[in-house]
Design a protein around this ligand. Sequence first.
Ligand SMILES: Cc1cc2nc3c(=O)[nH]c(=O)nc-3n(C[C@H](O)[C@H](O)[C@H](O)COP(=O)(O)OP(=O)(O)OC[C@H]3O[C@@H](n4cnc5c(N)ncnc54)[C@H](O)[C@@H]3O)c2cc1C
Length: 367
Amino acid sequence: MLYSGGVTILENVALAQYTTLGVGGVARWFVETSDEDEILTAVRFARTQGAPCFILGGGSNLLISDYGFNGVVVHVAPGTLAWTEADDETVSIKADAGVEWDAVVRLAVEKNGAGVECLAGIPGSVGGTPVQNVGAYGQEVSQTIVRVRALDLAAEKVVELTAAECEFGYRRSIFNSIERGRYAITRVEYKLAIGGAPLLEYRDVKNYFVERGIARPTLAQTSAAVREIRARKGMLLVADDADSHSAGSFFKNPVVEVKEVARLAAVAGCRVADVPQFPAGWGYEPEDCVVKLSAAWLMELAGFGKGFAIGRAGLSSKHVLAIVNRGGATAAEIVALRDAVIEGVLARTGIRLEQEPVLLGFADGRG
Ligand SMILES: Cc1cc2nc3c(=O)[nH]c(=O)nc-3n(C[C@H](O)[C@H](O)[C@H](O)COP(=O)(O)OP(=O)(O)OC[C@H]3O[C@@H](n4cnc5c(N)ncnc54)[C@H](O)[C@@H]3O)c2cc1C
């Protein structure tokens, strides 16, 4: 154990326990704090060692190399969660980065604030949500985030970024693209519509209520339904469900030009209407439009069904998109399965899938 500027720095800390996949080696140095000054101290310590620094949240979107990380990991510790009624129509929730995301959803629903009910049950921390613009069942955090407070690690100062400045897109923000590694997020403010109607855009959620004869579900019923649907898919962290030892969806849904849909229908031998697709952007001409395809459908077309495995890494038995640690898997096995899927889908469909989780400790950043 070391001390630097009053901060305790642990050495050789096993990282697997801090991730939902449960794989990965050790961090050379490890600091746990939610304090902005202490985060900066840890960053300065890394600099004096000539080592990189990594901000770790709930570890639910992360694949860590078997060799670990030769740098400083700053694990963002839990903080506080507060709400205010901003006006008659909106409730504002301010949450420190280390707060569990699901606690925000539960508070929003309790205060009758609409906008995050379909994001119930997503693991990880508040600080992780803007990074990849967390989304599910038709909602994304970008729709409710007003402000992100962060430390600019290069300039060593606190900044407040508006949602526009975060440049949110599908599974994207400045934090995981052009400004990757620059900021440590310390607080996020969300704005929710009081008494707003829950979003029932996605088929799974709509069907859930149709089957139960519920015409106007409440926010609480909607978030409970989402949790139940997620549990069926192994997309909720459940202690005794081996299928939840994952990083969630391992592959992003590819966004392609609309003309690709007809080509894929020919490849699959199905009708164009049977290719799962969602509008993802409009062009001046109809052929310029882009659509989001289903990565799961492409994988199944390429022969990667539920439960497919390489060694101790497998596809979830409930949801083909999740790569699961079936017990004692190494990061190398997970990478081998990932590469087999990417190459197989490319060969069969001409589409290259992109992985969603962040890699840590891999020499070329790809594993
Ligand atoms: C079972 C399961 C289901 C999932 N379902 C979904 C889903 O439906 N939709 C979805 O979008 N995601 C889903 N995920 C992925 C994951 O839960 C989210 O991406 C989550 O927001 C990651 O947050 P985290 O705190 O765990 O981040 P981590 O995994 O710890 O880190 C991920 C990235 O965010 C960065 N980061 C984390 N905290 C901070 C911070 N405070 N400041 C700066 N950078 C930070 C890290 O440096 C890293 O680059 C799922 C995961 C699992 C295991």
